[in-house]
Design a protein around this ligand. Structure first.
Ligand code: ADP
Length: 283
């Protein structure tokens, strides 16, 4: 209870990190982690001078270790901070590095919160231009607490609003949230809850990513909108948000994720990788 009542330190910047981009979703299985991983790689690929980190606070089902082909225990620095593990040029930290892969994650809220505090505050990132954060899916207490504690220094809005590039010009840290959704009604309803949660805690929503919007048959090239075509665009209009981009449903995205060779790294010239690269240019 001590940790709970003390709460996490509010809005304190993460040392060395310029911009935090939170990748969230209203529900599980819509491609949030896949987007977070490929977005991190795309930010680095678009500008090789930028240093990028990836923080997996999806404490209930961390998937970054597998997707980034990493495992092991982080070393501790002299000041007792955890050192991120590195692959494909991205500094990574995940709950998955701290617990056994087979260990059941049946912690109570208190343990989850102290784990999240460790991940948010006790990592030695060094200097990062971007830190991409893979959130737990949904809009429960844990998600609310993490989003309240996302450092958006110098960017505290009086009015819950959407992020505007013109406003960001005056700030070093135009941090905010990217919400991933499929075009399906149910996923979109959950995405709306996500957007409302961020607005409540004054985290600017950078925009929506519509995932799995179109499937192109590899044999006949026919395009099918399996989960609907334009759901995210309609939702974006009603919420006054931008759509940052569309990611097609493609077997190469799934296979490269499962084998720990994300598509932006392993097939950078593919149309699917280019979809992520375009989104990275928008945030
Ligand atoms: P979440 O983080 O929202 O739970 P994941 O990123 O783990 O979702 O994705 C769920 C599954 O869907 C994974 O197997 C992933 O490889 C696959 N997937 C995600 N996006 C796509 C896509 N655009 N095309 C094909 N498979 C995808």
């Amino acid at each position: 209870t001590q940790i709970m009542s003390r709460g996490l330190p509010k809005q304190k910047p993460i040392e060395g990190v310029k911009q935090v981009i939170v990748v969230a979703s209203g529900k599980g299985g819509v491609g949030k982690s896949t987007t977070a991983v490929n977005l991190a790689l795309a930010l680095a690929a678009n500008d090789s001078s930028k240093a990028v980190g990836l923080l997996d606070v999806d404490v209930y089902g961390p998937s970054i270790p597998k997707m980034m082909n990493l495992k092991g225990n982080p070393e501790l620095s002299q000041s007792n901070l955890m050192r991120p593990l590195l692959n494909y040029g991205i500094a990574c930290m995940s709950m998955g590095f701290l617990v056994e892969e087979t260990a059941p994650v049946v912690w109570r809220g208190l343990m989850v919160m102290s784990a999240i505090e460790k991940l948010l505050r006790q990592v030695e990132w060094g200097q990062l231009d971007y830190l991409v954060v893979d959130m737990p899916p949904g809009t429960g207490d844990v998600q609310l607490s993490v989003s309240q504690n996302i450092p958006i220094s110098g960017y505290h809005l009086e009015e819950p609003t959407k992020f505007k590039k013109s406003q960001a010009a005056n700030h070093n840290q135009p941090s905010g949230a990217v919400i991933v959704s499929t075009p399906q009604d149910i996923a979109l309803m959950d995405a709306r809850k996500g957007a409302e949660m961020f607005r409540k805690v004054h985290v600017p929503v950078l925009g929506l990513v519509q995932n799995m919007s179109v499937f192109q048959c590899p044999k006949c090239k026919h395009r099918t909108h399996i989960f609907g075509a334009d759901g995210a665009r309609r939702l974006a209009r009603t919420l006054d948000l931008d759509v940052l981009g569309d990611i097609p449903l493609h077997i190469n995205i799934r296979e490269t994720s499962d084998t720990g060779q994300p598509i932006v790294f392993s097939q950078p010239e593919s149309d699917e990788a280019k979809a992520y690269l375009r989104i990275a240019a928008e945030v």
